[in-house]
Design a protein around this ligand. Structure first.
Ligand SMILES: Cc1cc2nc3c(=O)[nH]c(=O)nc-3n(C[C@H](O)[C@H](O)[C@H](O)COP(=O)(O)OP(=O)(O)OC[C@H]3O[C@@H](n4cnc5c(N)ncnc54)[C@H](O)[C@@H]3O)c2cc1C
Length: 547
């Protein structure tokens, strides 16, 4: 029997700097020319690695997962976790590209965070969420620096921000217990102070980066009251000088839907020696700098997954034929990808607006209004982009048809790994309530409104002006709802719609502002289209508000 064999040509990722209209135009527009010129070669190198060798490595490594050996042959506890080869390479590259070093080196002053996170954007989708330990490491450095605990700063921060693979440390963040990750005030871990030493006893239910050299964790000093204020923030090193675990047992690794390369463990702390970071109470307050940083990483990673997936989907659309033409030329498929482009561009600009503020804050450049905007944007960007990551990744998988559902194409992982982004670092509901109950909410809303008004002032094109008007109307509608709605139950029930309205409205304004700024460049039409499309996809989520 003879038949005509067909083999589909394989889609490849794009070069995340040169081939992505959004990233290349953002670098040119947002950074001072001298900084853009200085960092572009490094960005281009990492983008080339991500589009070629790392993408191939990621797929070849697909079935390797972290392995826990709990006991050796003679019954001694080993608690050893073997990481996958891709993760070991990811650590080497993270150190080489200084992914946690930039905020401390501050080579480009207030632009250093943009520099760092542009690299993270290119690195993240092809390294199987190695960004998880990096985010916590960056967050731990900031938390220790904010604590003013000089002994711990001197001991740990040089390792966390090192550019030398031999001395680089990652940090875990052990907060969640079986009693709850949202309400960590329920934590049961005890801290006992004896003979001048603190020892921790309890169980940590979700600890990613279980192979880290150190961790920041919460525990309740004996005698303290209940709730978050009775918890203290502790620093511990996971092993002693001889390599023995510090009163820690690794009970098992979680069998998870995604992030399968991330060794997320259940740990028992049985007398782990620890050090207070900043006093014996209010640990949940002391950990806030960590969340500020990890939520920024989460937002960048959400957009990064989507731009990477879009690059693959665009390539597939040129290679795949149906009904006599490539998918790329079929109006409905084109429209589907244009929607992904618009959603992911909005997510990217929102995430990087947050990054820019963070960098300027660390340079002491923010006025009171901008500081309030930064506080508002941290949960807002994390919640909005996290939801987009999961929803749009589903659309991306479908754009590949059946191939998108087949593991060794490298596509399904986008959906499985994207789904964690709305869950960890605060679920959407938790962030929505956090935002709604803030004492400085009015200040933050006023700052957001001023920022959107400023964006609208740059718009000359009528289509972009209409987008600006929609954005402002949605924010005004949300502010009116916030002022008019007093019933606490009703406020909570709509909190998620409130935060997502604000997030999408700001994304629309940023898209319009970006399109106006590059209107005369080659990428102007793509930016304009993304903005108009995003407006059609809808902004307002509150009942009765503008759409
Ligand atoms: C892959 C993975 C890795 C993780 N790694 C870590 C880690 O390294 N360190 C760490 O500390 N944690 C980690 N976590 C835990 C994560 O942060 C928590 O799962 C998350 O914070 C939610 O906590 P929970 O699972 O206890 O859910 P719960 O707190 O039980 O929440 C369940 C649901 O109830 C909702 N909810 C809770 N309270 C309210 C409310 N008042 N109003 C409305 N809705 C509410 C939540 O939004 C959620 O949808 C990890 C989780 C995952 C999935």
């Amino acid at each position: 029997m003879t038949f005509q064999a067909f083999v589909q040509a394989e889609p490849r990722p794009w070069h995340g700097l040169r081939d992505d209209w959004l990233v290349r135009s953002f670098v040119r527009r947002r950074l001072p020319p001298a900084v853009a010129e200085a960092i572009e070669p490094e960005l281009a190198d990492l983008a080339a690695l991500a589009a070629g060798p790392l993408w191939d490595f990621q797929r070849a490594d697909r079935q390797n997962e972290p392995r826990l050996t709990r006991f050796d042959a003679w019954g001694n506890r080993a608690d050893h976790i073997e990481l996958s080869p891709l993760w070991r390479e990811a650590e080497r590259l993270a150190v080489q590209f200084g992914l946690t070093a930039h905020p401390r080196e501050r080579r480009y002053g207030p632009w250093s965070r943009l520099h760092q996170f542009l690299l993270v954007h290119l690195f993240h989708p092809v390294t199987d969420v190695y960004t998880c330990p990096l985010a916590m490491t960056d967050g731990a450095a900031r938390t220790l620096l904010a604590s003013g605990n000089q002994a711990l700063i001197d001991r740990a921060v040089p390792h966390l921000t090192s550019r030398d693979a031999g001395s680089f440390w990652t940090s875990g963040q052990w907060m969640t217990e079986a009693t709850g990750g949202s309400d960590v005030g329920l934590s049961l871990t005890r801290a006992e102070h004896r003979d001048g030493t603190w020892r921790l006893y309890g169980k940590k239910w979700f600890t990613s980066a279980a192979t880290s050299q150190m961790a920041l964790t919460l525990a309740r000093p004996d005698g303290n009251g209940p709730g978050g204020s009775g918890l203290a923030l502790f620093y511990l090193e996971t092993r002693d000088a001889q390599g023995r675990l510090n009163g820690i047992r690794v009970e098992r690794l979680k069998d998870k839907l995604g992030t399968r390369k991330v060794p997320t463990a259940e740990l028992t702390l049985d007398g782990a020696v620890a050090h207070l970071v900043a006093g014996q109470t209010h640990g949940t307050r002391s950990i806030e700098p960590m969340l500020r940083v990890t939520r920024t990483w989460n937002s960048v990673c959400a957009a990064s997954f989507l731009r990477h997936g879009l690059g693959l989907a665009e390539d597939f659309a040129t290679l795949r034929f149906a009904f006599g033409a490539p998918l790329a030329s079929q109006p409905l498929h084109r429209a589907t990808l244009d929607d992904v482009d618009a959603e992911s561009a909005g997510a990217f600009l929102l995430a990087f607006a947050l990054v820019e503020l963070l960098g300027r804050e660390e340079g002491g450049e923010l006025d009171a209004g901008e500081a309030a905007l930064l506080r508002l944007l941290t949960p807002l960007a994390k919640a909005t982009t996290g939801k987009q990551a999961a929803a749009v990744a589903s659309e991306l998988v479908e754009a590949f048809g059946g191939a998108g559902y087949v593991e060794d194409t490298g596509i399904p992982v986008l959906l499985r790994d994207g789904q964690v982004l709305p869950i960890w670092e605060g679920t959407t509901n938790v962030l929505a309530l956090d935002l709604l109950l803030r004492s400085d909410l009015d200040q933050g809303l006023a700052a957001l409104r001023r920022r959107i008004t400023r964006a609208c002032g740059t718009l000359a094109d009528p289509g972009l002006q209409a987008a600006g008007t929609t954005s402002l109307a949605a924010v005004d509608g949300a502010i009116d709802w916030h002022r008019a709605t007093r019933d606490p139950g009703e406020r909570q029930r709509a909190a998620r719609r409130f935060i997502l309205t604000l997030g999408r409205a700001f994304e629309l304004a940023l898209l319009a502002e970006h399109a106006a700024a590059i209107a005369h460049d080659d990428d102007g039409p793509a930016a304009r289209q993304a903005c108009l499309r995003f407006r059609q996809l809808g902004v307002g989520q509150l009942p009765g508000g503008p759409s």
